[in-house]
Ligand binder design. Structure first.
Ligand SMILES: Cc1cc2nc3c(=O)[nH]c(=O)nc-3n(C[C@H](O)[C@H](O)[C@H](O)COP(=O)(O)OP(=O)(O)OC[C@H]3O[C@@H](n4cnc5c(N)ncnc54)[C@H](O)[C@@H]3O)c2cc1C
Length: 374
């Protein structure tokens, strides 16, 4: 085992809370997860791949994947800052200014500022270029108006990154600007959306003439689409769903099979093995991608392949666990029961929808990777 893996493993073994934290989709759970992030940051483990001046260790992408494997294997808490850490930060590294990186990244690494993604609107999800929320020029900045929705963690987060129409006369993929705003600024109303599991982490965001200074435009005004697509390739590709999440779940599934499976049920055994192989295959694919990026490669439309694969794997893996558990899947606290599988299943069902639906990803794969006609 390499030194870094050993350090991460030992630290997590000593620090991961023995009792799972309350769900991040409640105010109390959000605060508890923010506290956990601060512990991680104090050990310089919250953003290992970032440069040291921003709280990281300058670790390679491959070491980051190692960190993730250990993190999920230790069943450590959900990363409350993930939208900022894994979506906004790569965008700032690629398109932000030094001033923005210096100002925004350190508080993000410590979870002093937790970020939400404010892209979707009631009439613009898959067709993101249909967004109607506007950014109007004002003295020294912009005034934001409109409605955003499905914003994960916005109910409790501090700030948001969004896409706004700054030139209503332009062609729909142009005239968009990538802006950062404060969720508690004057003119912002955040309305929580209750989820299937009862939590209210999602929210709608209503903006009514919210002032944003020029310093909080990412990239060039009007170039928001191009910048947003670079965020999206990180979301679908490497950063949002690292393989550690699936290899850890597959290992738990194998354990469950050993404990609860019927050795004569070969069909079920095959499903368990398929899930395990799928997780390993995604791991290999991701390490290959990381090595390619380390060699100066880029991540583009091929990130859609990974997105379809991991989201479908996650559903299949959790369905297999629920079938193995039978009625015990729906209860917690009884001998042999494990409510985590049902929670995981409910969340897995969202995988084919968020980060761009799988139907849309299949279109991207067909047109841009396979060159099939539109
Ligand atoms: C768990 C979760 C977290 C999310 N977090 C965020 C967040 O933090 N910030 C944010 O901005 N958004 C977030 N979203 C929203 C997400 O990005 C959208 O739900 C997604 O883009 C789909 O948009 P929609 O819901 O409007 O569905 P629609 O676009 O209305 O799609 C409905 C159905 O029609 C299909 N469809 C639509 N167009 C086509 C087409 N051209 N060809 C084939 N099929 C098509 C879709 O695939 C889908 O099955 C989240 C969603 C979920 C489920």
């Amino acid at each position: 085992m390499n030194e870094f893996r050993a350090e991460v493993r030992d630290w997590l073994a000593a620090h991961v809370p023995a009792q799972p934290l309350p769900t991040v989709d409640t105010a109390a759970g959000f605060a508890a997860h923010r506290g956990w992030e601060r512990e991680l940051a104090a050990a310089r483990l919250s953003v290992v791949s970032w440069p040291p001046e921003y709280g990281g260790r300058g670790a390679s992408l491959l070491d980051w994947l190692v960190f993730e494997e250990e993190y999920y294997a230790a069943a450590a808490p959900v990363r409350v800052g993930q939208n900022g850490l894994f979506l906004l930060a790569p965008t700032l590294f690629a398109h932000g200014t030094t001033e923005q990186r210096d100002r925004l990244l350190p508080p993000m690494a410590r979870a002093d500022e937790v970020w939400a993604q404010a892209w979707s609107e009631p009439g613009a999800g898959s067709d993101l270029a249909a967004i109607r929320a506007t950014a109007a020029r004002a003295d020294g900045g912009w005034l934001l108006s409109g409605t955003k929705t499905w914003s994960t963690r916005a109910a409790f987060a501090d700030r948001a990154f969004g896409l706004f129409r700054s030139d209503p006369g332009a062609e729909r993929h142009r005239g968009l600007t990538y802006l950062l705003f404060d969720l508690r600024a004057e003119g912002v109303t955040v309305r929580p959306i209750r989820q299937l599991g009862g939590g209210t982490g999602f929210a709608e965001i209503f903006l009514d003439g919210v002032f944003v200074p020029d310093a909080d435009v990412v990239g060039v005004p009007g170039e928001g689409w191009r910048i947003a697509m670079s965020t999206a390739s990180h979301e679908r590709g490497l950063s949002l769903r690292s393989p550690g999440r699936f290899t850890a779940a597959a290992a738990r599934l194998v354990e469950l099979w050993r404990r609860a499976g019927d050795p004569a049920d070969t069909a079920m055994a095959n499903r368990v093995v398929d899930a395990w192989i799928g997780a390993q295959a995604y791991r290999r694919h991701t390490f290959e991608t990381a090595a390619r990026l380390a060699d100066g490669g880029t991540l583009g439309a091929e990130s859609s392949l990974g997105k379809v694969f991991w989201s479908e794997l996650d559903v299949a893996l959790h369905e297999t666990a629920l079938d193995l558990l039978g009625p015990l899947a729906e209860v917690d606290g009884l001998p042999g029961a494990d409510g985590r599988w049902l929670d995981g299943y409910l969340f897995a069902l969202a995988g084919p929808i968020y980060a761009g639906t799988n139907e849309i990803q299949r279109t991207v794969i067909a047109e841009r990777l396979l060159g099939l006609p539109r």
